[in-house]
Design a protein around this ligand. Sequence first.
Ligand code: ATP
Length: 214
Amino acid sequence: MGQRIGILGGTFDPIHFGHLRAAVEVAETLQLNELKLIPSARPPHRDTPQVSAAQRLAMVRAATVGVSGLSVDDRELLRETPSWTIDTLESLRRELPAPTQLFLLLGWDAFCGLPEWQRWEELLNHCHLVVLQRPDADAEAPEVLRDLIAARSVTGPQLLDGPGGKIAFVWQTPLAISATQIRQLLASGRSARFLLPDSVLSYIHAHRLYRAPN
Ligand code: ATP
């Protein structure tokens, strides 16, 4: 049996307890050996002003110090080309032993947007998809995904066997926290405590991030 490795990509601008709680719950439910948090690069003009990719990475590192089972992977920030998930999966596959089971975590919204992703039909050649369901996610999947769901979904994550190729929908404790909300609180001078780790908040304050321009 190979290792079981999960992947959670995001802009993490900044990372918060919504991301971290989802990561920990899925790692436990799926009995993962490791869950990799992979910050994505963004075109420079789309980075939040004054917050660089290196700072987003530093915040992810600060959030995961001493958290067993979570690791940080900076390959998308080191690449010169855009952050396509298919490239990340191919690069991971080149490094990992063949029987490794890969689980790509996606929020329901991200899953519904899948058909816009680069070479999205090839994703399942490399990994399983674990779609995080939320109580408010009652919208129907787009037409183009219905055949895929019918062909590839299993009724529970315990049925995701083999290196990849299947889709499971997983429930998790909803935490209505978003990075957008945190950026807005900080920009208006309000507290963001208890929405994200204190270590991340300390980094934000030390580097004077997310402040409203004077
Ligand atoms: P923003 O508000 O800037 O759009 P975000 O808070 O949604 O950011 P992202 O970095 O875009 O954070 O999210 C990365 C991944 O984490 C996505 O798959 C997203 O669905 C998931 N995610 C974000 N917030 C939560 C949350 N509160 N609970 C569970 N999953 C979340």
